[in-house]
Design a binder for this molecule. Structure first.
Ligand code: COA
Length: 170
């Protein structure tokens, strides 16, 4: 077990995700994208995320493997904006088993997905994560990311009755 988890070394292989990897990738994701983790309000870690990306962007779904164990994964897609000649790469999910984090697996996964995106003509890679996810922000800064922009989410709870004008004034 310890050998298989000697994360960043040569025994770790980065390869395209196959259909058989999906359950293991899903379970690693459950460990790292917990209820406290909110990447955004409109995206949650579930099996449809993986299967949808696997069906649409197979080349941008990669895993790190040591022996027969999956150590981590990176799942991405590309986005083309109207009236822009630029193609963007969107790295949506990047996760490494908690017990082997900080062992360079994330860096290797990122290097590979960046290479693949570049091959597909991507000129800029975008990621998003919550503002308090300091480890991930440090990680992406280490990979060369910059220009952090904070985003504001607002909510309107439709199950609450709107307050009457007189109640608002009181
Ligand atoms: C973010 C994540 C993918 C990084 O993977 P990793 O294999 O642990 O990262 P690496 O070992 O390749 O780290 C590379 C660099 O990132 C930074 N880094 C990584 N983890 C860090 C941490 N916990 N705290 C501070 N900096 C960290 C360091 O600068 C590190 O460089 P160093 O090795 O010279 O110290 C991993 O921590 C993870 O799965 N986190 C939970 C899910 C998540 O937040 N995903 C990102 C958004 S989708």
């Amino acid at each position: 077990m310890a050998d298989a988890l000697s994360a960043g070394d040569e025994t770790t292989r980065i390869r395209e995700m196959s259909i058989d990897d999906i359950p293991e990738v899903f379970h690693i994701g459950e460990q790292v994208f917990t209820a406290n983790y909110s990447q955004s309000l409109y995206r949650t870690w579930d099996e449809y995320e993986i299967t949808t990306l696997f069906n649409t962007d197979n080349e941008l779904c990669v895993v790190a493997e040591a022996g027969d164990m999956i150590l981590g994964f990176a799942l991405g897609t590309t986005v083309k904006k109207q009236r822009s000649s630029w193609k963007y790469g969107y790295l949506i999910w990047l996760g490494v088993r908690p017990d082997i984090q900080k062992g360079q697996v994330g860096s290797r996964l990122f290097r590979e997905i960046k290479r693949r995106m570049k091959e597909q003509g991507v000129r800029m890679i975008i990621i998003d994560t919550s503002a308090d996810n300091r480890p991930a922000i440090n990680f992406f800064e280490k990979q060369g990311f910059g220009h952090i922009q904070e985003h504001v989410y607002m909510t309107l709870n439709l199950s609450l009755k709107p307050k009457k004008r007189s109640e608002k004034r009181a």
